[in-house]
Design a protein around this ligand. Structure first.
Ligand code: NOJ
Length: 596
């Protein structure tokens, strides 16, 4: 259609657009539960079970606590929950050190509680994803207990054992090479009984499995099948890029600062590159194999598809693309786009570039947008300015839900929970904080109990027990009870954004096109789907008011319907002058369709 003819059809299109948007809103979201590709536009919610809700008042959250809050999650619009590990574990790494992959840790409940949770979630069309830790086990897992018994034990080559350099019958020699644990110091631990070192990418109590051993592959295929038969909807694969190491065991390179000096990390170690211990190509073969296993469950008995989410911290979009696998050998449906979520700075140019990467360079795949998890300070600490935190969180959550793709967020983000790190070393629970104190305070600050009410212990338990981490003082005003139903709250904002994501056709199936691309203060884009009027989104990344004009090729001037804007923000009626307050958000729908 020619530019000059567009206005002539506006009136007719307006009628149709109104009809379409009403029809979409009324039909609400499609019945996701049986849909094969349910995950493409899904909303995932990460639960740290220890911290979500404590039903038996022992200070530690549990599965029954989660079940008791499923209606809250349904109301919020959550399609699936990812539970961080709730398997039996010595809890050195709070569950990421698993000692039995086919049971539930009694701290969190029983297998019957788990089955009940899956069933109750299912009634609400909420799916349950488990965390799958394949890089390492606990040192108390029966495989490792066997492995360390003797060099000829059948489980010996399930783990990464190596001689020391210059080792003799009486001298353990030096560690095999310079590889370091992500949690500080050497990645090699000496075992006196069998006189060899074993490799651990994470804590000493988390020995790495040997993925060159086919028996390890089979063991994990069996574990996946165990949980899939129970009706779980998929897995989030932990530390997945670190399964393999350089077979030649070459040292990692030392990282230098800008003056050419070796760089010291928070643990006081010389910082190293990770090219020999991270993102080795063999991991793709493993994931294709695991995916094939999970896809066997797409039958009448298990309708829909099982989804694989990857913990994928990668250097660029080309590496992210590889994680999806190929048509013949699919791997993850949703590897996390951490390149976008962990920019950790409100910088329009970088955000625009990363969103364009996700739109243009992932082929037909869907990005998984994520900004937060249990390993990083919460949004306030990484994006906030201490003055406009709630408005900044609206900006971030708009990118999360109004961009194309699936969205994953962390419990408590929807109410604006604040990072609350310990102030004394003796209070630290996370060993990362104990090793790294005071430079690295560990991850306790982002794992504090969920804030349900302004009452004692924020409603996490009945206040008779002491929660495993202290409830932040900010719970007095930041909590579900006070935010629910309050028009200006962050929680209401999340609910509205999620509703739009699911009911507005441009949002749930539209493409993403960046607009006003020279602007360094306001990030704007358009969502557009066939048969629906386009939606524009504008986010002010500054503390000063801004006005933007989004009229341009393919977007003629015309009236806008405001779908959502920052509460109390200025009014906008035209695409030519979108008004934004400090860190303001504006989402509006054109009143006509564009034909191309
Ligand atoms: C990543 C997990 O998210 C983190 O919490 C854990 O400590 C490491 N992997 C090791 O499993």
């Amino acid at each position: 259609m020619h530019w000059t003819r567009k206005t002539a059809i506006i009136a007719a299109a307006l009628l149709l657009a109104t009809f379409v948007s009403k029809a979409v809103a009324q039909s609400s979201q499609p019945e996701v539960s049986k849909e094969k590709n349910w995950w493409r536009n899904a909303v995932f919610y990460e639960i740290y079970p220890r911290s979500f809700a404590d039903s038996n008042n022992d200070g530690i959250g549990d599965l029954k606590g989660i079940t008791a809050h499923l209606d809250y999650l349904k109301e919020l619009g959550v399609d699936a929950i990812w539970l961080t590990p709730c398997y039996p574990s010595p809890q050195v790494d709070f569950g990421y050190d698993i000692s039995d992959y086919e049971a539930i840790d009694p701290k969190y409940g029983t297998m019957a509680d788990f089955d009940h949770l899956v069933a109750e979630a299912g009634k609400r069309h909420i799916r349950v994803l488990m965390d799958m830790v394949m890089n390492h086990t606990s040192d108390k897992h029966k495989w490792f207990l066997q492995s360390r018994l003797s060099k000829d034990n059948p489980y010996r080559d399930w783990y990464m054992w190596h001689d020391g350099q210059g080792e003799t019958a009486t001298d353990k020699g030096q560690v095999p090479n310079n590889w370091q644990s992500d949690f500080g110091h050497s990645a090699w631990e000496w075992d006196d009984k069998t006189r060899q070192y074993y490799y651990h990418k994470f804590y000493i109590q988390q020995p790495d499995l040997n993925w060159n051993n086919p028996k390890v592959h089979q063991a994990f295929k069996d574990i996946l099948a165990f949980w899939l038969k129970k009706g779980v909807a998929g897995f989030r694969f932990d530390a997945i890029t670190t399964l393999f190491e350089d077979p030649q065991m070459r040292d990692e390179d030392v990282l230098h600062d800008k003056n050419g000096q070796p760089f010291k990390n928070a643990y006081g170690d010389t910082a190293l590159n990770d090219t020999r211990t991270n993102n080795l190509p063999e991991v793709h073969t493993v994931m294709a194999e695991m995916r094939q296993e999970a896809d066997k469950f797409s039958t009448d008995k298990y309708p829909g598809s099982r989804v694989f989410i990857g913990e994928t911290y990668l250097p660029n979009v080309a590496e992210l693309l590889k994680q999806y696998g190929t048509f013949e050998h699919p791997e993850f449906q949703l590897p996390m786009d951490t390149q976008l979520g962990f920019i950790n700075k409100l910088d329009v140019v970088t955000f625009r570039a990363r969103l364009e990467d996700a739109e243009d360079d992932l082929g037909n795949n869907v990005p998984l947008i994520i900004f937060d998890n249990h390993d990083n300070p919460r949004l306030d600490a990484r994006y906030g300015d201490g003055v406009h935190d709630t408005d900044i969180e609206r900006v971030i959550s708009t990118i999360l839900f109004a961009s194309r793709g699936a969205s994953l967020f962390y419990y408590g983000d929807e109410i604006g929970m604040k990072t609350t790190p310990p102030t004394r070393k003796e209070d630290v629970k996370d060993p990362v904080g104990i090793t790294g104190w005071p430079k690295e305070k560990g991850r306790d600050g982002e794992r504090t109990p969920m804030q349900w009410t302004p009452g004692p212990n924020a409603g996490f338990d009945d206040a008779k027990a002491k929660p495993w981490l202290p409830v932040p003082p900010s719970a007095a005003t930041i909590n579900v009870q006070m935010e629910q139903g309050s028009p200006a709250s962050l929680l209401t904002w999340y609910e509205e954004l999620i509703r739009l994501k699911k009911t507005n056709r441009a949002f749930f199936e539209g493409s993403d096109t960046m607009l006003d691309t020279e602007n360094t203060k306001v990030l704007s884009w358009k969502r557009e789907a066939a048969g629906a009027p386009p939606v524009v989104v504008a986010l002010n990344f500054t503390a000063e008011p801004q006005t933007v004009n989004l009229v341009g090729p393919g977007l003629p001037d015309g009236a806008l319907n405001t779908l959502l804007k920052t509460p109390g923000g200025p009014s906008t009626t035209s695409l030519k002058a979108i008004q934004l307050g400090p860190y303001g958000v504006y989402i509006g729908q054109l009143q006509f369709m564009i034909s191309h």
